[in-house]
Design a protein around this ligand. Sequence first.
Ligand code: SP5
Ligand code: ZN
Length: 342
Amino acid sequence: MKTVYNARHAAHAATREFFRGRLVPAFEVPARADYVLAAVQAAQLGEIVAPVDHGLAPLERVHAPAYLRFVQGAWAEWQALGGEGDAFPAVWPVRSLRSDVAPRSFAARMGLYSMDSGTPLTAGSWEAAYWGAQASLTGLDQVLGGERSAYVLTRPPGHHAGADFFGGYCFVNNAAVAAQAALDAGLQRVAILDVDYHHGNGTQAIFYERADVFYASLHGDPQTEFPFFLGHADETGAGAGLGFNANFPLPAGASNEAWFAALEAALERLQAYEPELLIVSLGVDTYGGDPISHFKLDRPEFSRLGQRLAAFGARTLFLQEGGYATEAIGHNVVAVLQGFEP
Ligand code: SP5
Ligand code: ZN
């Protein structure tokens, strides 16, 4: 399997993030991708290729142009204000406040275009996220061009980013960009299976009222786990999209048997949908050793996941999402990919 590697990931390098009233060392760090790259090379998984630039248009198919322009220019604005360190939002237009009048203040627009304070915006966030989307589009080209599968190695991740907001370490929704590009290339039914520990609220929201992308997710129950405000089992889609969204929340600490039972249930829904392409939002923060998550998968389970996805039988595009046990991520990802294609 070929790997599309976004070497510009390293431009997004936060040192700290907010947690319980303090700035703590960031979890979503460049070393994550470095370890995965080393593991992919050591396993001789296949050719490693660079992203091809497809421009901004495919990103604007799922993100509001004003949002993309904001992220693109945010660091320069922050510098012009004399900002020290990374930029964090601090005020949000929640219920009863207005989000229909675009504010001029940088602080206000940081809040307008974000969902949490846990996502530092750094000097190279836009560059890294832009090229991550390009890597996803390049991986899609491989799969549409006849490859059975491809793996996109990038960061920051994407599945929490909505049409017009960043959050959960994500700025551009790579899975959504790839799914929309696949439809624009002529496909009619695309499935996204999100196995990251966290619910992919951005991906779900982008396609919630549409039948041409089926979103299924296994994740920590949002009653206790980030992103908290989306990902419940009763979210089944709306309008034309009713019946094309399936959430499988599991309690923190859920057993591996429970996780694989949920995987079967999700795949059963996807099988009935008969997708022409499967996009896997591959977070490996389901690992037992992950520092911010609470499932218990280990190497054998990641292999089993890869095997099961191969048996599903669809053309498959793997996109890197979360996973924060830095030194283990590479081995866990490779276990999935080698399980898929031994
Ligand atoms: C893509 C992805 O996996 N995003 C996850 C975003 C999670 N943000 C909340 C992180 C909370 C960190 N908690 C630290 C606990 C340390 N004991
Ligand atoms: Zn995650």
